[in-house]
Write a protein that binds this ligand. Structure first.
Ligand SMILES: *Cc1c(COP(=O)(O)O)cnc(C)c1O
Length: 425
């Protein structure tokens, strides 16, 4: 075993360090496999109920009228999320796009958007207009308010009550931490927040940014009152096979508005060719629960490795998981670069490339990204990234297989040791 890893560049010392850590993780990995089994059954059940058949895999072109595969896939998603409707489209280019569609479809001039969980994900800043941008919600006359989280990532219920007003129309709740080191919220916590918000203003629309959260737990935000649950198909629910796309699962009214926004008023969900990629969206969804399980094992392995080495990791080595992201506060740009070089060097694709920090569209700081992926930028595949700013944390996620996630983490440690930035003696 060690020989093949030695060929890949992993020393015996690093290998043995990893094996020691692994010995302590057996029970947690078993629990993850159990969750995956449940979610696998949920996906299969939704596919059976909607009579998925080979005819669903046919490509469509042009307007995409009567695309049975597309329409059936949307019903499958709606059943998995227990919602009235879903919009699942390759034309949704990424998670930011899905969120922008969901927000702009449901907010009109004079309305207000509230984030009760602090500042949202970086790319949403321009969507909302927190950072000036053409076509932001702000430019269209939608105002925005946010309520910071309290210490320890707790909801500021008093502050939220005060922030809700006559204009509040949509509340946006980000499940995952994004490039922050706050905790990720459990679906149960999100449910408590939604109940609280609706107890103050029952007709407010609650949208959850579910990026990286799908299939981590047994329930989704839509099971606890979210009116829209939104995510990217090149993250969890695409299972690594979807080559593009996003989804919005929610109430019929909200989803219909999203479809009108995405295509055009009056056309909605009736149009949108699938360009022949629909089979990969089905197959990816089918694989997603086990792929998420691999990614979770990788995240927990990384947390245990790096915590043992004295780094702050979020979540920590023993905490329960509500998304697939592992933050490791490395404390310096050099360590971030070495870590990312390790992830890149372990990749099946572009393993020869060397990640360097660079500006990225939608982000304020330089960002470093390691992603030797089959699908460009796909972060359900093994990847690591982070903005070059305090506390110099890398965000590690994905892994289509556990074996690859493990290799990537060991390689990151190897690179840190080789650069004299970490010592395991
Ligand atoms: C990934 C992500 C997004 C969307 O990012 P894209 O790169 O546009 O897909 C939004 N919110 C969170 C929390 C995310 O992790």
């Amino acid at each position: 075993m060690n020989n093949i890893f030695a060929d890949l560049g992993i020393s015996d010392k690093v290998m043995n360090f990893g094996e020691e850590v692994l010995l302590t993780l057996k029970e947690r990995f078993e629990q993850i496999d159990k969750n995956a089994e449940y979610n696998q059954a949920k996906v299969i059940s939704a596919m059976q109920k909607n009579r998925v058949s080979a005819t669903c895999f046919a490509g469509s072109t042009g307007y995409g009228y009567d695309d049975v595969g597309r329409d059936t896939l949307e019903r499958v998603y709606a059943d998995i999320f227990h919602t009235e409707a879903a919009l699942v489209r390759p034309q949704i280019t990424c998670g930011t796009h899905a969120l922008a569609v969901a927000l702009s479809a449901n907010l009109l001039p004079g309305d207000e958007l509230l984030s009760p969980v602090g500042r949202p994900y970086d790319t949403l800043e321009e969507v909302i207009g927190i950072r000036e941008s053409k076509c932001s919600l702000k430019e269209y006359g939608v105002s925005y308010r946010e309520v910071e989280l309290l210490d320890g990532g707790k909801f500021d219920f008093d502050g939220i009550r005060k922030a809700i007003n006559d204009k509040t129309k949509v509340v946006t709740i980000q499940r995952s931490k994004g490039y922050k080191t706050r905790p990720t919220f459990s679906v149960k916590q999100i449910g408590e927040l939604i109940s609280f918000v609706k107890s103050i203003k029952p007709d407010v629309i609650c949208m959850v940014d579910n990026c990286y959260g799908e299939f981590v737990e047994l329930i989704e935000p839509s099971d606890v009152g979210a009116d829209m649950t939104v995510g990217s198909l090149i993250k969890n629910p695409g299972g690594g096979l979807a080559i593009s796309g996003g989804y919005i699962a929610g109430t019929k009214e909200c989803v219909e508005r999203c479809a009108y926004r995405l295509s055009a008023p009056g056309l909605g969900q009736e149009v949108g060719a699938n360009f022949g990629i629909i089979a990969s969206l089905y197959e990816g969804l089918f694989l997603a629960p086990t792929v998420v399980a691999s990614a979770l094992k990788g995240a927990i392995f990384a947390a245990n490795i790096y915590e043992k080495l004295g780094f702050k990791v979020v979540p920590n080595s023993t905490e329960s998981r509500h998304d697939i992201i592992q933050a490791v506060e490395l404390g310096s740009p050099e360590k971030m670069i070495a870590f990312c070089c390790g992830i890149q060097a372990a990749a099946p694709v572009d393993s020869f490339a060397e990640p360097v920090p660079a500006p990225m569209p939608g982000y304020d700081n330089d960002v470093i990204m390691a992603a030797g992926t089959f699908v460009q930028g796909s972060s359900i595949e093994l990847s690591a990234d982070g903005p070059i700013r305090e506390p110099y944390a890398v965000y590690f996620q994905g892994g289509l297989t556990w074996a690859h996630a493990k290799l990537g983490i060991l390689m990151s440690l190897q690179k840190l040791i080789e650069a004299d930035l970490v010592d395991i003696d």
